[in-house]
Design a protein. Structure first.
Length: 307
């Protein structure tokens, strides 16, 4: 199979998105609008009829093009209507091996056998079964916390205030986003809300109207991706996030959709998602540790100069 390398300016976005929608396992991360935000210099390999798509997240550093997995973009790799085997990625991987700092690939046959890839774990919850059947797989702790949340005077609601969500997230996040990543997240939320794939939800106090927790979801290609979400200290006490996640599961139960919790690397986070019956789905990291260390040193040196 012959593949063609397309530079960013030569990629027909409309043609790309139509082709992506026809592949066997599309992901929103590979949509042109998403890549344009998280990796503005992205390039691609395609075959003659666009039945094979391989987006390459490019970042230029000192004039050198490197493959760096962008923020808010868990998985890329090969998307195809026909080919889904690891062997199809081999020429691309070999060609870019030494220019890759970090490249995360979605699961496909054979990747688990590649010695230079690290397996990582995503957590998903298929929603094909009715809610009561899904609920049977909830842990006792999860059910107890849902019951506790339901006894509190709080309600789940959809809303569309991006500025409120970002302010709430910045206040209550247990990690700090760089200004650049904050800008990227803002662009993703605004664009997704505009094109109809994005959804903001929050849990509020019925008494004070205070926001107790909030979450941003992207629903596309039969996946509901929980891209971002946080609880206030009061919301944490009232188990508001349990109420929100249970609401989303109940709302979409019995459909062909799947909740994608986007990870579970941290034990507490993984335990929370697995409490709802989430199952593991592997994906893979290709990483050049030497280049990664050099990039870290460059960033540290840049911070030193600017201080």
């Amino acid at each position: 199979m012959k593949l063609h390398h397309l530079k960013n300016k030569n990629i027909d976005r409309k043609q790309w998105d139509i082709a992506l929608s026809k592949t066997s396992n599309p992901k929103v991360y590979a949509s042109s609008w998403y890549l344009d935000i998280v990796s503005p210099e992205w390039e691609a390999y395609v075959n003659d009829d666009f039945s094979v798509l391989i987006p390459i997240p490019i970042k230029s550093v000192l004039g050198i093009k490197l493959i760096i997995q962008p923020p808010f973009c868990q998985q890329l790799g090969l998307f195809s209507t026909t080919y889904n085997n690891y062997e199809e990625l081999v020429p691309i991987i070999k060609r870019n091996l030494f220019a890759t700092i970090a490249w995360q690939l979605k699961h496909q046959s054979g990747l688990e056998m590649a010695p230079f890839l690290q397996q990582k774990t995503n957590l998903i919850l298929p929603l094909q079964n009715p809610y009561e059947k899904l609920k049977n797989n909830f842990t006792k702790n999860c059910l107890r916390n849902i019951s506790k949340a339901n006894l509190e005077n709080q309600t789940v609601e959809a809303y569309d205030s991006v500025s409120h969500y970002l302010k709430f997230s910045k206040t209550h996040a247990r990690y700090t986003l760089s200004n650049k990543d904050q800008t990227i997240l803002t662009q993703i939320i605004n664009t997704a809300l505009k094109n109809g794939t994005g959804h903001l939800y929050r849990v509020t106090s019925n008494e004070t109207r205070e926001t107790l927790c909030a979450g941003f979801f992207i629903k596309e290609f039969k996946r509901i991706i929980f891209l971002s979400g946080h609880s206030s200290p009061v919301g944490f006490q009232k188990k508001s996030m349990f109420m929100l996640q249970n609401y989303m599961i109940q709302k979409h139960a019995g459909s062909s959709l799947c909740v994608d919790f986007e990870g579970g690397k941290l034990s507490g986070v993984g335990r929370f998602y697995k409490g709802f019956g989430a199952i593991e789905e592997p994906y893979y990291l290709m990483e050049n540790k030497i280049l990664k260390k050099l990039m870290s040193a460059k960033k540290a040196f840049s911070r030193l100069l600017s201080s």
